[in-house]
Design a protein. Structure first.
Length: 632
């Protein structure tokens, strides 16, 4: 019953229990103290009278004068607490005796007890030796002392009770404020979270005690749970979006093969609705049964064990960590037979146990038709492909001649005129290549374009067109109007530029190291400055790729010289041949070939730094590689 009570009731019961125990202990301690001090208090009362009697009866005892002894004893009437008094001689004879009217005399030979104070229930007895062997016996009633003790005890008990009640109520209020209320609030919040799944709930948690830290930990836990819940919600939404909008059919099943999800693309491909198959059918229902049987026999031979014709033909390879990708003839709900490609993957938990399967399926009809058309037209267009190759080669030679002429013209004309001349001079070959491409596309539409060499010619033609367009786009970017100059940090532009290069520089691992010796700020066009950095880093990457340098590394140092910024980019790609190092900033000069380079990247970079930003761009060989220096 006590366990089912709230923590508040438990704490209150514990406090009152502790208060009662403390009250009982205090009362017991007081009683023990009273008993221990009663003898002392009785002695304090009787000893002065015993001393008075001893002095006053010296002569009476010596001369055995009972009258004088009686006179001395009668003086004890002044203290009503003294109820009896006796003087015995050495031989035990009674010399004198006194007792109050309210007491009954009790005769006890003095020799039976040694000197001292003896306590009984309601009286105290004092025995004391006198001169010449006589003995004095005093008896004192304890009623007044006991009454006084009871008075003190009740006052003490009342005081202790008041103090304990005050302390208990104070502790209760303190516990209510510091422990019970925060914990009750925390319990209510937890119940709301559990019933409503509302992870935005928080509790007020201030201070540094355990309850406050518990509330703070709860708030932090709720923050983490809410963040993960939001991530899970976004992930579920993302997954649903992918499943519902994927172009391929995505079908998941349980370990036994029962369909557990069926996206819209699968509905369009197979003609079934998700409600018709999820939790009811297996993928075998829309497969050709003869193909299933043949695949079962094939797997039985490959795996060396019998594979039953059914869902196991999809699962058996995956259970042995083999791939499962095949072309199948699927039968739609309306009976139409459609060629499809199916790729099946096993879903596993953290321990590697298979928890289900997921299949990716897509229609092969159009691809099959295209393959048939290409095979039929391969023989007919072999000669056409050869003719096109010759025409493309002539066009390339003509373009190269135009480029050499434009180099001479560009050195005499302004930059704006050079761009205009480039566009004008390249219009004719571009038109020619466009006509070639249109002719190829027209031939393809007739269903006669099949030869791999013809495809290569088409690809070659389009690469040339894209290359020339890229060159024009480079110049259009270079001469695009800027609205105004802005101030920018060199380190910000460098960081953004490096983020454009993948991991870094793609699959080829090139270590990049940035040494920051200063934090320069420039005024100009950050996009152009980024283009300069990107051109230099791309050339370094190409140098590494062409030579396959082990432990490739690029070091970028950012520094300042006075009011100038200095950025040096150093690589270990072997350097630039001395016979061409003076030409690398010339327009259209490239060692990469027309398929990979335009020859204007470094030329534009030098123009940007020197003319647009008033700086200097230089290069030198370091022995192990090349070092580009940008000073603005």
């Amino acid at each position: 019953m006590f366990r089912r009570r709230s923590i508040r009731n438990k704490l209150v019961a514990a406090l009152w229990g502790m208060a009662l125990i403390a009250f009982a202990v205090a009362g017991l301690a007081f009683a023990l103290f009273e008993n221990l001090t009663l003898e002392h208090r009785a002695r304090q009362v009787m000893e002065p009278y015993a001393q008075l009697v001893s002095v006053g009866t010296e002569a009476a005892v010596a001369f055995e004068d009972p009258g004088r002894a009686q006179e001395v004893l009668d003086t004890l009437r002044t203290n009503p607490q003294i109820s009896e008094a006796e003087i015995h001689l050495r031989d035990g004879r009674l010399l004198a005796r006194y007792y109050s009217s309210s007491s009954r005399p009790s005769f006890l030979p003095a020799s039976l007890k040694p000197d001292g104070v003896y306590l009984e229930d309601d009286k105290a007895e004092l025995l004391q030796s006198l001169q010449d062997g006589a003995h004095l016996r005093l008896v004192m009633t304890l009623n007044d002392l006991n009454r006084e003790a009871r008075y003190l005890f009740w006052h003490f008990a009342a005081g202790v009770l008041v103090v304990l009640v005050t302390i208990t109520l104070g502790l209760r209020a303190t516990l209510q404020k510091t422990i019970i209320s925060p914990i009750s609030t925390l319990v209510r919040t937890v119940e709301q979270v559990s019933t409503r799944a509302d992870y935005s709930r928080r509790v007020s948690a201030s201070g540094v005690d355990e309850v406050a830290r518990l509330g703070q930990s709860f708030n932090a836990m709720m923050g983490v749970i809410q963040e993960r819940e939001d991530d899970l919600r976004r992930l579920n939404l993302f997954q649903r979006t992918i499943l519902e909008n994927a172009a391929y059919g995505i079908i998941s099943t349980t370990v036994d093969g029962i369909v557990s999800s069926f996206n819209r693309a699968a509905e369009r491909l197979l003609g079934y609705t998700a409600d018709e198959v999820v939790g009811k059918l297996t993928p075998v229902c829309w497969h050709d049964q003869e193909e299933i049987a043949r695949r079962a026999l094939q797997l039985s031979e490959e795996l060396g064990e019998t594979v039953a014709p059914g869902f196991e033909v999809f699962a058996a390879p995956l259970r042995r960590n083999l791939s499962e990708e095949n072309e199948w003839t699927c039968i739609r709900r309306d009976g139409t037979r459609v060629p499809m490609f199916l790729s099946v993957t096993a879903l596993r938990d953290d321990s590697g146990r298979i928890t289900g399967f997921v299949g990716l399926i897509y229609d092969l009809t159009e691809r099959k038709l295209a393959e048939d058309a290409l095979r039929e037209s391969e023989r007919m267009h072999r000669e056409l492909s050869e003719t096109l190759e010759v025409r493309v080669a002539e066009a390339v030679e003509e373009l190269e001649q135009k480029n050499r002429m434009l180099i001479i013209q560009s050195r005499q004309a302004t930059m704006g005129e050079m761009v205009s001349n480039i566009a004008h001079q390249w219009r004719q070959p571009l038109n020619m290549l466009g006509l070639i491409a249109q002719e190829l596309q027209f031939t393809a539409k007739l269903g006669t374009l099949t030869s791999e060499s013809l495809e290569a010619s088409v690809r070659r033609t389009m690469e040339i067109i894209q290359h020339m367009s890229k060159t024009i786009d480079d110049f259009r970017y270079f001469f695009r109007p800027e609205k105004q100059k802005i101030r920018f940090r060199v380190l910000d532009v460098l960081e953004k530029t490096l983020s454009l290069l993948e991991a870094p520089f793609g699959a080829y691992q090139i270590n990049t190291e940035t040494v920051v010796a200063g934090d320069p700020v420039l005024e100009g066009y950050p996009n152009e400055y980024s283009q300069v950095l990107l051109n230099i880093l791309t050339n370094a990457k190409d140098a590494f790729l062409s030579r396959d340098i082990p432990e490739a590394k690029i070091v970028i140092r950012v520094d300042t010289e006075g009011d100038k910024s200095v950025v040096t980019i150093t690589d270990n790609a072997g350097g630039i041949p001395e016979e061409i190092i003076d030409k690398i900033f010339d327009p259209y000069f490239t060692t990469k070939g027309p398929e990979h380079g335009t020859g204007v990247g470094l030329f534009m970079s030098k123009t940007i730094i020197e003319k647009n930003m008033g700086g200097a761009l230089s290069v030198r060989n370091t022995g192990a590689g090349a070092e580009f220096s940008i000073k603005v």
